[in-house]
Ligand binder design. Structure first.
Ligand SMILES: C[S@@+](CC[C@H](N)C(=O)[O-])C[C@H]1O[C@@H](n2cnc3c(N)ncnc32)[C@H](O)[C@@H]1O
Length: 177
């Protein structure tokens, strides 16, 4: 928040307002927008929040407005989920976040070493472990060791959006469509 305020003042922007709030508290008075961006939320939140994100997209965009909602996808999400579940099992009942990170990285180092002749799945898991070892404490803790991580299939997301009377427009990166 402080960093955002500083950027706004450094750039001398007069039409930007930052608010930190719970998605569930957005009400009718929130306003109407051309674009609504919900990045890094959908796959990390409970059903009620996911539903509210799309309800907000429907209720608070102009008629021609666009909502950008990022989410993690299946089937690729299986690999991430596998590594996440292994880390959480290795962490066990530890409560201290510092211990979570230490134990998670201990396991990641082991997985990253790989096996002499890995099959395709083992190689994918080891590659992802190497990637995770490069993450900051904050990214590893909040993105992969958090309580909820639920990647969804495109058809599930599209059906959820349609249920809110939203039309799928396209991928943010057209090459991924
Ligand atoms: C995996 S993090 C992603 C953070 C960031 N968007 C990014 O991509 O780096 C998930 C974020 O969702 C936020 N979050 C979870 N439930 C929320 C809610 N009900 N309202 C607003 N934010 C929420 C958490 O505070 C957390 O910062």
């Amino acid at each position: 928040m402080r960093r955002g305020q500083k950027t706004i003042s450094d750039l001398g922007l007069g039409n930007v307002r930052l608010r930190q709030m719970n998605v569930l508290e957005v009400d009718e008075g929130f306003g109407e927008f051309d674009y609504i961006i919900a990045h890094g939320l959908y796959s990390w939140t409970p059903v009620a929040v996911r539903d509210k994100i799309l309800a907000i997209a429907r209720a608070h965009t102009h008629r021609q407005g666009v909502a950008f909602v990022s989410y993690n996808t299946m089937p690729g999400g299986h690999v991430r989920t596998m590594v996440r579940e292994m880390m959480l099992h290795h962490i066990g009942g530890a409560e201290d976040p510092a211990i979570h990170l230490e134990k998670a990285r201990e396991l990641l180092r082991l997985i990253a070493m790989g096996r002499p002749e890995p099959d395709t799945l083992e190689a994918a898991v080891a590659t992802y472990a190497v990637e995770l070892l490069e993450r900051t404490d904050s990214a590893l803790y909040h993105d992969d060791l958090c309580d909820i991580y639920e990647p969804v299939y495109f058809h599930e997301f599209a059906a959820h959006a349609a249920g809110h009377d939203l039309q799928y427009l396209g991928e943010a990166n057209p090459q991924e469509a």
